[in-house]
Design a protein around this ligand. Structure first.
Ligand SMILES: Cc1cc2nc3c(=O)[nH]c(=O)nc-3n(C[C@H](O)[C@H](O)[C@H](O)COP(=O)(O)OP(=O)(O)OC[C@H]3O[C@@H](n4cnc5c(N)ncnc54)[C@H](O)[C@@H]3O)c2cc1C
Length: 302
């Protein structure tokens, strides 16, 4: 696991920091404090100074997070430096939490290791992918995880948990909100490099055809109801909402479970559109759509 090397260096703290670049939608307000930790020791020191009342969260690249225009009254932790490292031995890749998921997929392909191809095209960090149990119908990152390294908050310290100690479900992980994921170990299988590479390319091509990559978004907004068995997109489409807009927030006609920022949408526009879609789908299908994206900050109460 990538958990050694506890160097002691100064950590970067920014007060009143913009969170725009930490949301896939490219909008949102400010956090009271942004804490950028590059080493395990820095992160441990920072978390050790939190009291039980301190409000905190961790963000990766924000590709699953809508940040309120009113911002977040607390500390946002982002991981960099050592937390971007990956290393491989035989069929196992040890990867730190801030490593990019696309880079993990690429490394596995380059090494001729199969089993991670289904993650191709999912943007963001490995840590968030674990917390969100990212995946596609039929495959989730938890399928290939062997161990997870976490830092308890408030801080007892680092520990490594076998997969049997963690519960996973459809976009669910029992560590969510309780610990900071700092790394994990992925077990893959030896395969034929050219076949792995072409499977990765197929996933990327399919996504390009079906998803609106040309606009800022956080991917699918809603979970598929009935434990993943009814496509939310079908319900949204049947409700006649393709292309529906509030300000510059639009239900993408290319993939109706995506809300895209056409240019200058505020988080409030996106939130209003989310509520509108939920209401209309309830009227037309009787189903309650549940959010797949995460909300950060004040003002999402109604
Ligand atoms: C075009 C597009 C396509 C997508 N397709 C898919 C898809 O097919 N399948 C899928 O599952 N998702 C998909 N997504 C959503 C998104 O890519 C994933 O949820 C991804 O895992 C988010 O990574 P991130 O680092 O950007 O997460 P963030 O939005 O930064 O964080 C997500 C959540 O994880 C928490 N978190 C982040 N890092 C840590 C950490 N180290 N420790 C503890 N908690 C942490 C955050 O607090 C937040 O609650 C898509 C998004 C886009 C834009």
């Amino acid at each position: 696991m990538p958990c050694r090397d506890l160097k002691d260096t100064a950590m970067k703290i920014t007060k009143d920091a913009s969170l725009k670049k930490y949301s896939g939608y490219g909008c949102g307000g400010r956090a009271d404090r942004l804490l950028e930790a590059e080493t395990r020791q820095e992160l441990k020191n920072a978390v050790g100074s939190f009291s039980g009342d301190d409000r905190w969260t961790v963000l990766g690249r924000g590709y699953n997070t809508l940040v309120s225009d009113r911002g977040f009254r607390g500390t946002v932790i982002v991981l960099g430096g050592d937390f971007r490292k990956m290393s491989a031995a035989e069929e196992v890749i040890s990867v730190s939490a801030a490593a990019s998921l696309p880079e993990l997929v690429k490394l596995a392909g380059d090494l001729g290791l199969e089993g991670a191809e289904f993650l191709a095209g999912i943007p963001g960090t490995v840590g968030a992918a674990v917390v969100c149990n990212a995946g596609i119908p039929g495959s989730e990152i938890s399928d290939i995880i062997e161990e997870i390294e976490v830092l308890e908050v408030p801080g007892a310290g680092y520990s490594v948990l076998g997969k049997d100690k963690v519960r996973f479900g459809y976009r669910y992980c029992s560590l969510d909100g309780k610990s900071i994921i700092t790394g994990c170990r992925i077990r893959l299988k030896k395969g034929i490099k050219s076949k792995i590479m072409s499977r990765i390319q197929e996933y990327l091509d399919t996504r390009k055809k079906r998803q609106p990559y040309e606009y800022k978004s956080c991917g699918s907004v809603f979970k598929n109801p009935d434990n993943g068995n009814t496509p939310a997109a079908k319900l949204i489409d049947e409700a006649g909402l393709a292309g529906h807009r509030i300000g510059d927030a639009q239900v993408s006609p290319k993939h109706v479970n995506f809300i895209v920022n056409l240019k200058n949408a505020a988080s409030e526009d996106i939130w209003s559109l989310i509520k509108f879609v939920k209401g209309r789908v309830k009227e037309t299908s009787g189903k309650d759509l549940e959010l797949e994206i995460r909300l950060l900050g004040e003002g999402f109460e109604n």
